[in-house]
Ligand binder design. Structure first.
Ligand code: KG4
Ligand code: ZN
Length: 340
């Protein structure tokens, strides 16, 4: 069975083909245009998806020697994400499904991330804790099965990736912030200053807006403006921020491991590419004697392989959709299981 996956929720256009659960190809085209603006410009994102999606599909088909008619199932991200960007991919998928008379499965982007650990080996074992850390979401979940996902923590303000992006902009490092902060922090001590870890009412929730403000205040106090920060200090601030942000994520995972008897812990989403987070989580998992699963780099960020994988599982569950399914920009709690 061949499954086509289409992902266009933000600034990556991605097309993937799966044969059963095996990824045959996972093409990702990142939109560099946003680097000029220090963040994603929604209108530019929609236009760029529109331009690249057809050539990307053609390349995926020709590289794998697969004919459009051989595709058995079409899956596409329906939300959450930028509405214009989502509409490009979902409408494209609807057109393909209609013209080839193949079933269409609209996929929740976050569900795609949650199960992206199943694209690598070893895979997570149920029940597992899943830390979703992306540009738009920070969630701590108890994943009991393909259909039973309990939210135990979330951010009460900024997402983890958003904090990396905002602090990177503030330090004048550029966009996207995560990889740039990680690079700047490489080999640096994190003791230039100690940034705070927020306390939240629910011990599993996160808060990153105070951390971002602390970095801003520190920069204003010590250097007046970000343009005056010496390169060496810029690197040390990046390291101190990264340390505090990762510590906050790991702390809540530790609390959750103390409470929930799980077999694995998995980190997914763009921030799961962070080396310090991976190292710290691996140590934590060893201490609690659970397996640790982090997808390979190409499956951490936005990609269509995870959408195809999740869409295939939904299709196997017997759930069917018609073409009236709409794109949804915001994550609603019930969308975790409403796919079934
Ligand atoms: O999952 P993703 O590709 O897109 C969303 O669904 O949001 O996540 C993108 C986020 C961005 O905020 C980016 O700065 C962050 O992931 N990111 C990182 C790293 N690589 C990407 N954050 C920290 N360290 C990294 N190495
Ligand atoms: Zn994502």
């Amino acid at each position: 069975m061949i499954t086509l996956g289409i992902e266009t929720s933000c600034d990556e256009t991605s097309v993937a083909l799966l044969k059963e659960d095996e990824v045959l190809i996972n093409l990702i085209s990142s939109q560099d245009i946003h680097n000029l603006y220090g963040g994603v410009v929604p209108e530019l994102s929609s236009r760029a998806h529109l331009q690249i999606i057809m050539p990307l599909l053609n390349k995926a088909l020709s590289d794998t020697n697969i004919n459009l008619k051989e595709i058995d199932l079409i899956t596409a991200t329906a939300g959450p994400g930028l509405i214009g960007a989502l509409l490009v991919g979902l409408t494209f998928a609807k057109g393909l499904a209609y013209s080839t008379d193949k079933p269409l499965v609209p996929v929740n982007h976050i569900e795609g991330h949650i199960f992206s650990g199943f694209l690598v080996n070893p895979k997570p074992e149920f029940p597992y804790l899943c830390l979703v850390v992306s540009g738009g979401h920070t969630l701590l979940l108890l994943v009991e099965s393909d259909i039973a996902i309990k939210k135990i923590g979330t951010t009460i303000d900024d997402a983890a990736g958003e904090a990396f992006d905002k602090v990177s902009k503030l330090l004048g490092l550029g966009y996207p912030g995560g990889p740039l902060i990680q690079k700047a922090a490489e080999g640096q001590e994190h003791n230039l200053t100690e940034f705070p870890i927020a306390q939240t009412k629910n011990e599993f929730d996160f808060s990153f807006s105070g951390l971002k403000t602390s970095v801003l205040r520190f920069v204003q106090k010590e250097y007046n403006s970000s343009e005056n920060i010496p390169i060496e200090d810029q690197k040390k601030i990046a390291a101190s921020f990264q340390y505090a942000a990762i510590k906050a994520l790991v702390l809540n995972c530790k609390r959750a491991l103390n409470k929930y008897p799980v077999k694995s812990i998995s980190i997914v989403g763009g921030v799961a590419a962070n080396k310090l987070l991976k190292d710290e989580m691996e140590i934590l998992a060893k201490r609690f004697k659970v397996s640790f699963v982090v997808p390979s780099l190409e499956y951490c960020g936005d990609n269509a392989a995870m959408i195809a994988y999740r869409g295939r599982k939904i299709n196997q569950s017997g759930k069917r959709y018609d073409y009236s399914f709409n794109a949804f920009p915001k994550l609603k709690d019930h969308t975790f299981i409403s796919s079934f």
